[in-house]
Design a protein around this ligand. Structure first.
Ligand code: FAD
Ligand code: MLT
Ligand code: ZN
Length: 475
């Protein structure tokens, strides 16, 4: 699957021997997995487009064990792919060849939580949804949320600098992560697990690892700032007659809902058709060309409801919105959120998915979708746009019955050139991983890429950490 589709050559790393397996077994008794059944799942990515052939999966439970493993691999020049929940959208979390898979699944303990500051310290393999439950039981929320919450690990979220559904309200992980513990390629432990809001002592090293996609170190623990749980949450699901109205609805929301606006997501009619057809979800409003999900989070239900009602009345009267429904109870809110969150799953059932995750000036956010529909014509099964409109982040997805080199040729480099022409980003939130590493140059100048290579060489001189990922292949 991988080598056929993407030209790539194995680098001269050592091959795992029986002595290596015995050494791992001494470090992790009973947690060195070599059974082909278990290896099958961890060798293939979520989208099923990249497949490695690793012979061994390691499951450390402590930072010290991660350190011992990496020290050993570094000495032997064995390549390692760190893996969290394996929900990467860019083939970042699976080996390309026979790299050792280092899973964080057993690094899954909460270390501490402070009920005044809201600072949570936990191991990197905690599942995001479990952490959400943990802090919600204590009247806080996680500052991030995403459709993959049931499987993704907080370490994987930090390693990809995952965005998701709450960036509009709480900002990115570059702001909410207060500290990290990282094991470097040679096994040394970097303890930057601070819980302080303010700390200007030297370079802020943790920032280097946020979004480094497993190429600079293995994150073993995270300190993260959790906001108090909002007392009042409302969700409105609205139908809009055109993209201009979607934009005007966004402006209106910012003006009228201001401090309580916590999410502004959009999806087009094609997305609605996909979740109806493949997941049997039903559309809660009259059929429309576009749909918008607005969430408010505040501290006073009456106040928020009144604001939302006034906004909706205006939006309906002025024709920005043609139909809408509002939810305040948990069950209905979940149902409305599912329409947006489960588009990814519906797409994967539609066929082979060509996935683009682009940052653009919000005014131009949908132009490329319209352009591509005309460009691709019937050669594509579906061309859809959805995403985090409030963050200027478009998810442009195209499907076909099966992988088609012709369709890929019509999409790339066209999509990347178009994006670069708008000074957009070719990866807003999913990272580059294996599949997008060669398009980094569309969004970063050669001098920046050179400095990235220098940092990689400094922190991982033998290149053992997640090779073939993030940085472009060298000609
Ligand atoms: P993995 O997929 O296992 O790994 C991702 C990368 O991080 C890999 O390069 C891996 O080597 C590295 N890595 C993992 N753990 C560590 C660690 N402890 N130390 C160092 N490196 C590590 N992304 C968004 O940004 N926003 C979304 O809204 C969003 N929604 C999604 C919805 C669905 C249904 C799916 C399947 C994916 C979605 N994603 C989204 C993509 C994905 O980036 C996130 O799901 C998540 O951040 C990945 O976490 P993970 O634990 O699965 O990491
Ligand atoms: C989302 O916002 O749904 C995710 O980033 C996943 C995707 O792009 O499909
Ligand atoms: Zn997204």
């Amino acid at each position: 699957l991988t080598q056929e589709r993407y030209p790539v050559q194995r680098l001269p790393f050592a091959v795992v021997s029986d002595e290596d397996l015995a050494a791992f077994e001494r470090i992790l008794p009973g947690r060195v997995i070599t059974s082909s059944e278990e290896l099958e799942a961890v060798n293939v990515d979520w989208l099923r487009t990249v497949r490695g052939c690793s012979r061994v999966l390691l499951k450390p439970q402590t930072t010290e064990e991660v350190s011992q493993i990496l020290r050993y691999c570094h000495d032997r020049k064995l390549a390692v792919t760190p893996q969290g929940g394996n929900t990467s959208m860019v083939g970042g979390s699976v080996p390309v060849f026979d790299e050792i898979i280092l899973s964080t699944s057993l690094l899954n303990q909460v270390v501490s939580f402070h009920g005044v500051s809201g600072v949570l310290v936990c191991q990197a393999g905690c599942i995001l949804e479990d952490l959400s439950q943990y802090v919600e039981d204590r009247d806080f929320v996680m500052p991030l949320d995403l459709g993959a919450k049931g499987s993704c690990h907080i370490g994987g979220n930090v390693a990809t600098n995952a965005g998701g559904l709450r960036v509009l309200r709480y900002g990115s992980l570059h702001g909410t992560v207060l500290g990290l513990e990282v094991v470097l390629a040679d096994g040394s432990i970097l303890d930057c697990l601070s819980s302080l809001r303010k700390d200007n002592t030297g370079y802020d090293l943790k920032q280097l690892f946020i979004g480094s996609e497993g190429t600079l170190g293995v994150i073993t623990a995270v300190s993260i700032l959790c906001p108090p749980k909002p007392k009042a949450v409302n969700v409105a699901f609205l139908g809009c007659p055109g993209f201009t109205e979607v934009l005007r609805t966004f402006s209106s929301c910012k003006g009228k809902l201001g401090e309580v606006l916590s999410a502004f997501e959009f999806m087009d009619a094609g997305c609605m058709r996909l979740v109806q057809q493949h997941l049997h979800l039903s559309c809660p409003v009259r059929e429309s060309p576009f749909y918008v999900l607005v969430e408010t989070s505040g501290s006073n239900m009456e106040h928020d409801e009144a604001k939302l009602a006034a906004f909706l009345e205006d939006a309906l009267d002025s024709g920005l919105v043609t139909d809408g429904t509002v939810a305040t109870d948990q069950r209905k809110m979940k149902t409305l959120w599912a329409l947006r969150e489960r588009i990814t799953e519906a797409l994967s059932r539609d066929g082979y998915v060509y996935k683009y995750d682009i940052s653009l000036p919000v005014e131009q956010l949908y132009d490329l979708v319209v352009d591509l529909r005309a460009r691709l014509g019937p050669s594509a099964k579906t061309v859809v746009g959805y995403g985090h409109l409030g963050d200027g982040n478009l998810h442009l997805n195209v499907t076909s019955e099966a992988f088609s080199p012709g369709l890929l040729g019509a999409l790339e480099p066209y999509v990347y050139e178009w994006t670069a022409g708008q000074r957009g980003s070719v990866s807003a939130e999913h990272g580059l991983g294996f599949r997008k590493r060669d398009v980094l140059g569309y969004s970063k100048p050669p001098s920046a890429i050179q400095l990235m290579r220098g940092l990689k060489a400094l922190l991982d001189p033998k290149g053992i950490l997640n090779p073939y990922k993030m940085l472009p292949s060298q000609a």
